[in-house]
Design a protein around this ligand. Structure first.
Ligand code: SF4
Length: 670
């Protein structure tokens, strides 16, 4: 029931009497027709809603943006260009802000993740397409096939940079094609093309074919057979080994019969102060070189540096979350990689850090395989959770997952669960698999992607598998998302971060493990003189994690890489960069408010799904089952301490003690 003309509407937010309509200036239209009456709270937010955008005459666009949403409907084959409302730029900046707000508007909680109604929303930030280091990333938002919350995933490489140069801040793909297609974007020429010949091909082949067709300057997002067959943890590959990895983005594309998106972008992104930005980038490049993390550790060993460190600290999740150290650590760490497979360093487009590595298997049964990887998280799942004791086997598994298009973190967690259940005698014969059995792991991955017969079940993901075999007490996840490679029993800041994450147990919302390990918070992360962080105590974790999540939320609005913002950038950097790019002035306090608005919007979405405080707790095993060996032996997370900090976290966000926000983040009006 819409009582206003669509063209006047920018947003719909809940008010005391029902939904309130907001116009493009962020003003409420509260008189008479300004309300849409709806019944209950859930319906109040997610009730009948008007279509939010209309094609408008192009006006002058704020610098730093191209000002355009490309909207493609695969059902009707319509292609539209729509202006991004000023309200959206001013209130949510870009990237994560755009993605979260658009998800709430476009994909209400009742949306079926594999239905044509689930819209793909690909976002960039105001820094994309410019010379700003690492701001090449793009974000993928949709309703998640894996666990039903907002799918939020980021990829490096080069797609975001060239999508922006092609003229688009946001791409929305809705509906579903009847037969396989790919989306071809060459600047303002956008067409939906037949992809029948590509259907069934792996991700590497698809990317190569499209580059052969469109030229090497084409940047490609592609799915493999896993995405086509709707595996709920299928990923999207890009630039060979970069991924929108977690939560099932590949399955969303597969459900639309969308095999790939290829972009060629040659336009320029104008910024508010080009000279100022150039001076800023020069200085930032110097800071990157001089910083021990971005100047030494990451360019040398990348994320793999953490394998040895995590083992030494006893927080390298092993033997499906029973141990904190891998017995074979010296065969899977960076030294092992350097000695056996390392070829050279590589990097995302225009990045001056360069944390990635090309590896090639030179001997043994998998000789000849060459990949960009593996990253720490892939080594943790296969080398840790599944006890694979040879870096070459891990590279083989990584290559297989990347070709077929399943995310390594979800795949490794699922196989680890099967291994643990096998050891405990809790699985039917067909699914039994022993820890460290690489040959069988390869077979199982191929079978689960085939989705044939009994193997279909595994493609449904950890929640369904655990439920089917009564393994709920064993399976490790929060809100259906498995954790990254940091054992919270020895990293209590991560315990808090895993629990409160809107998408589940992600490490990327906060990177809190970094403070657990260094033992010190940055100035803005903890108030007062005492900046110490005790990784074995829940004390002050709410404050730390609240500040870290907010800081990262703004980094994701610009789509900065984590390795840049985590230890090097400051709130002052954000305010300066925003001004140089767009001319918008926002103080640190105002950016903090925007960050809290974005996180709270995601929370409203979860409330709309029926999630509650109970879903913010960790799996019971972390509270009750001590890690079995090494530094962490005997350690658990204090549930009492966790609960106290959880309520403190809610209070910092202005949510009540049930975790329900006391306000609706309608945007920042200035
Ligand atoms: S630091 Fe690594 S992941 Fe980040 S942008 Fe650079 S190469 Fe990519």
């Amino acid at each position: 029931m819409t009582l206003l003309l669509e063209k006047h509407i920018s947003a719909v937010v809940p008010g005391k009497k029902g939904l309130r309509i907001q116009d493009y200036c962020g003003m409420y239209l509260t008189r008479g027709a300004g309300y849409v009456k709806t019944p209950a709270m859930r319906g109040e937010i997610w009730g009948e809603r008007p279509r939010l955008f209309e094609v408008r005459k192009r006006g002058v666009c704020m610098k730093g943006y191209r000002g355009t949403i490309l909207r493609v409907d695969l059902t009707t084959r319509s292609i539209q260009r729509q202006d991004i409302p000023e309200f959206l730029k001013r209130s949510f900046i870009g990237g994560k802000g755009f993605g979260t707000w658009l998800s709430v508007q476009e994909n209400p909680p009742e949306t079926g993740p594999l239905s044509p109604e689930n819209k793909i929303i690909i976002v960039t930030g105001p820094g994309a397409g410019t010379s700003l280091p690492t701001a090449v990333r793009s974000g993928f938002f949709a309703k998640a096939p894996l666990n039903g919350v907002i799918l939020e995933s980021y990829v490096g490489g080069s797609f975001g940079h060239f999508m922006k140069r092609a003229g688009y801040d946001v791409i929305i793909v809705e509906g579903a094609a009847a037969t396989p297609v790919f989306l071809k974007i060459i600047d303002d020429q956008v067409t939906i093309e037949d992809a029948s010949q590509l259907w069934g091909r792996d991700i590497y082949e698809t990317e190569e074919e499209l580059k052969a067709l469109l030229g090497v300057q084409a940047r490609v997002l592609a799915i493999g057979p896993a995405g086509e067959r709707l595996i709920r943890f299928a990923c999207i590959g890009h630039d060979r080994n970069r991924h929108f990895g977690r939560m099932g983005s590949g399955a969303v594309m597969g459900s639309k019969k969308l095999k790939a998106i290829a972009v060629v972008g040659t336009g320029r992104v104008e910024v508010h102060d080009p000279e100022g930005l150039s001076a800023y980038v020069k200085d930032l490049s110097r800071r990157i070189r001089e910083h021990p993390g971005t100047g030494v550790v990451y360019p040398t060993a990348g994320t793999v540096n953490f394998v040895a460190k995590a083992n030494a600290l006893g927080v390298f999740p092993s033997h499906y979350w029973h141990r904190g150290e891998a017995k074979h650590r010296e065969r899977i760490d960076f030294d092992a990689m350097s000695a056996t497979t390392l070829v050279r360093q590589t990097r995302c487009h225009g990045c001056s850090i360069g944390c990635a590595h090309i590896n090639r298997i030179k001997d043994g049964p998998h000789a000849g395989i060459e990949i960009d990887g593996p990253e720490y998280e892939t080594i943790y799942v296969f080398g840790g959770l599944c006890d694979v004791g040879d870096i070459r086997d891990i590279i083989k598994l990584n290559d297989l997952c990347d070709r077929l298009g399943v995310d390594t973190m979800h795949t490794g967690n699922l196989l680890g669960l099967l291994m643990d259940a096998t050891e405990q005698g809790r699985l039917p014969d067909i699914y039994r698999i022993k820890f460290g059995d690489t040959a069988l792991m390869i077979e199982v991955i191929e079978k689960l992607v085939s989705r044939e017969g009994e193997w279909r079940l595994l493609g449904e993901g950890v929640l369904t598998v655990a439920e089917r075999f009564g393994l709920q007490d064993l399976a490790i996840h929060v809100k259906g998302l498995e954790p990254a490679g940091y054992d919270p029993r020895g990293l209590n800041s991560m315990a808090m971060a895993y629990g409160v994450g809107n998408r589940g147990a992600t490490h990327l919302d906060s990177n809190a493990y970094a403070r657990d390990i260094s033992g010190t918070a940055r100035d803005f992360e903890l108030a007062g003189e005492d900046k110490s962080v005790d990784r074995f105590s829940m004390g002050r974790k709410a404050e730390l994690v609240y500040n870290m999540i907010n800081f990262n939320a703004i980094a994701d609005c610009f789509t900065f890489c984590r390795f840049l913002n985590r230890d090097l950038l400051t709130w002052e950097d954000y305010t300066e960069v925003l001004f140089l790019l767009t001319g918008m002035r926002r103080s640190s306090e105002q950016l903090l408010e925007i960050a809290n608005n974005i996180v709270t919007l995601g929370r409203w979405y979860n409330i709309g799904l029926g999630l509650s405080k109970e879903d913010d707790f960790l799996p019971e095993r972390f509270y009750c089952e001590p890690s079995a060996q090494g530094t962490l032996e005997g350690r658990t997370v204090s549930k009492r301490g966790y609960q106290q900090e959880l309520e403190q976290y809610y209070a910092l966000r202005n949510w009540d003690n049930r975790g329900i926000p006391r306000f609706y983040p309608h945007g920042y009006g200035g």
